[in-house]
Design a protein around this ligand. Sequence first.
Ligand SMILES: *Cc1c(COP(=O)(O)O)cnc(C)c1O
Length: 365
Amino acid sequence: MLLNMLPRVIATSSRQALSYNLDLLSRRAGVPLLVPIKANAYGHGIEQVAEVLAEHPSVWGVGVATPQEALQATPLFREHAKPVLLFGPPDVSEIDKLMRAKVHFSLTDLSELELLPDHAQVHLKVDTGMNRLGVRAEDAVELGRTLAAHGMLAGIYSHFSSADDPNTSYSHEQFQKFSEVLYALAPELIKVRAHIHMANSVGVLNYGSWLSQLSPGVTLARPGLAAYGYAPRDQELLMPVMTVEARINLLRTVYAGETVGYGRLWQAEQDTTVAVVGMGYADGWPRNVTGKASVSVAGEQRPVLGRVCMDQCMVDVTGLDVQVGDFVTMWGPYSHAGLVAQWADVSPYEILTGVGHRVERRLGP
Ligand SMILES: *Cc1c(COP(=O)(O)O)cnc(C)c1O
């Protein structure tokens, strides 16, 4: 077996799962989607995910965080004429390139207005209480009018800070603030048919009924995490998109009384067959799962032994029919990244975006 002919770790995105989530979210939101593909499409691989998004009828366009991501994304969506919206501030040195690539800009602060050329397509970001990016609601109306007058107003949006909080009062305040801006700008927004968007994943899942009350109405929703199959409360509605498989590099017997790995955190009570699996924390398998994690080997959940290393981890495969070169499922549709996140005491966002550079991305059925 020539091991180096095989990839060490493969992250495969399911075309079917992604399409299913997009259909579901677009139906829930009642509008097409602007799907965030920042951070290498939440770790799934921007090119792999783009193959599905570019052709999916419920996808209006995609969102990215940085100019570099925008320039990477535009060629993947050009043929389908789907816009790429840059959420983050434009970078002065990149504006010409971004203009040529027809990227949609966000106006995230008053100071950016003079940077943007006259015919730029701009989505005005209104801060309604997140206090991250966005102009204050008090300034938004005048700015919106200025943009509209220059033929630059392509959209307007805001962002919930806590749409997963069971106490919805803060979200409601944000909604009200945004609502007032939209009402004041209604003539301009309607005239230029500007896009209006506010909901992220939890916003779509929790606030569908409110969002339909905005006037002029929302035209897009921006679910990221849920498109990839994860949500804090409605997990059972969604299909996790990513499956991560790692190769067994070595099988060894560890005798009763011996220990495994750094810090000797696991000791064999009886003779144990241990698989050395080629995924470690540098690949995104969290170091902090000692004593909690299991992975799927030949159809069974088996415990990870001791501390996770940088490039490897050890798994108890006693009694299983496995060979060097076989692949172990680290997470997938059944034992999913949400569980890994719980074991590691982090969010699913961090598990997905933490999948490392050395991991090969694929698109599967
Ligand atoms: C990342 C991002 C989203 C998506 O958030 P999720 O919680 O993943 O749904 C939506 N809007 C903006 C502006 C973002 O940056």
